[in-house]
Design a protein around this ligand. Structure first.
Ligand code: TXA
Ligand code: MG
Length: 336
């Protein structure tokens, strides 16, 4: 299949072209403010099935439904708990996904057989205009092959999905760089299922008590959290501990591996690492999040075989960054 590449996303006729593809049950990769999504009509089970096939996504992992106006939510969910109403008002449009009890409008395949549905209103003009033009909500998981780092540029999308999808829209680099925060309000106490750029501290200061789901259990509440995720082809090890100890440990590993294809993901500008391929991802959390998946994919393109990544404190977005890094590393961590 030839993938139609749209390079002028603000031209109305291009959005119309992409929405015609969606109306016909096709798949369109589209930028959001977090990462690129692989979109289909959320209410068309045949179209949503294609997403699972193309991504190689496990059948029991539901997809997020994207809307362009708060009013649309009523058709998709059984009820809107008070906490959800507060969250929607404060954080939509934006990188927050809310899990509700679903309505009958949601096909089984979209919610992967669960009684709930995840909904979010993104803050990106391109996907918002595509939803409006289409007239239906868009199911969209990240536009990567399952298990790979999420895509933050059109090049990343095409690396994984070229010739496998009908259309891809170039919207430049995505703003946040990591996927949305997922919070479940379908039970008694709101529960954080996936950390993201809206932090647990922010959620708690907005709605009070929020539990953190234990995703290491046999049956995680957010099915996506149990699979191998975000993984580069290279072996990835995280070094966690005090800043000085981390730098020392990484340098000592690098010194031993001089002739090997080793890379470092660092947050320290004026670092003194010798040897290895050094990827500086920034020193503040927003920048680190924006560059994290990019750095992992870059290491693969450069043929790196071992990646050493510095751990960072789990405050604010640091929580989400460490969540993604640890998964990408398959929990290979050296504590120093
Ligand atoms: O930022 C994002 O959320 C991006 C952009 C494209 O919107 N999308 C994204 O989708 O990251 P995906 O499919 O890669 O991750 C969705 C996560 C998975 O962990 C999935 O298990 C969880 O949300 N999820 C979806 N529906 C759920 C539900 N009904 N109950 C619990 N977890 C759900
Ligand atoms: Mg994903």
């Amino acid at each position: 299949m030839k993938t139609i590449l749209i390079t002028h996303p603000f031209k109305k006729k291009n959005i119309r072209k992409a929405s015609r593809i969606l109306k016909a049950g096709g798949l369109v990769a589209v930028p959001t403010e977090t990462v690129y999504g692989l979109a289909a009509n959320a209410l068309n089970p045949k179209a949503v099935k294609k997403i699972f096939k193309v991504k190689g996504r496990p059948q029991d992992n539901p997809v997020i439904v994207h809307i362009a106006s708060r009013k649309k939510i009523k058709e998709l969910v059984a009820e809107i708990p008070a906490a959800a109403a507060v969250l929607m008002k404060k954080y939509w449009p934006g990188p927050l996904t809310i899990v509700f009890k679903k309505s009958a409008a949601i096909p089984e395949v979209t919610s992967a057989g669960l009684p709930t549905v995840a909904v979010r209103m993104p803050k990106n003009k391109i996907i918002l205009s595509l939803i409006r033009e289409s007239g239906f909500p868009l199911a969209a998981p990240s536009a990567n092959v399952s298990g790979r780092p999420s895509p933050t540029t059109i090049e990343d999308v095409l690396e994984d999905l070229a010739e496998k999808i009908d259309c891809a829209i170039d919207g430049g680099s995505t703003y946040y760089g990591i996927e949305s925060t997922v919070v479940d309000v379908s039970g008694k106490v709101p529960t954080l299922l996936r950390p993201g750029s809206i932090s647990i501290e922010q959620l708690r200061s907005t709605i009070g008590k929020v539990k953190i789901a234990q995703n290491n259990s046999e049956r995680p509440k957010s099915p996506g959290m149990k699979y191998k995720h975000y993984a580069p082809k290279a072996k990835l090890i995280i070094i966690e501990g005090k800043k000085e100890n981390i730098a020392k440990k990484i340098q000592s590993i690098l010194s031993k591996k001089k002739n090997e294809k080793t890379g470092v993901i660092t947050t320290q500008h004026s670092n003194s690492y010798r040897y290895g391929l050094i990827q500086f991802v920034g020193s503040d959390n927003n920048r680190i999040a924006r560059n994290l998946f990019k750095a992992l994919r870059a290491m693969d393109r450069l043929g790196v075989e071992l990646i050493l990544a510095e751990g960072i404190p789990e405050k604010g977005t640091g929580h989400a960054i460490m969540n993604r890094l640890r998964k990408a590393a398959g929990y290979k961590v050296i504590k120093v």
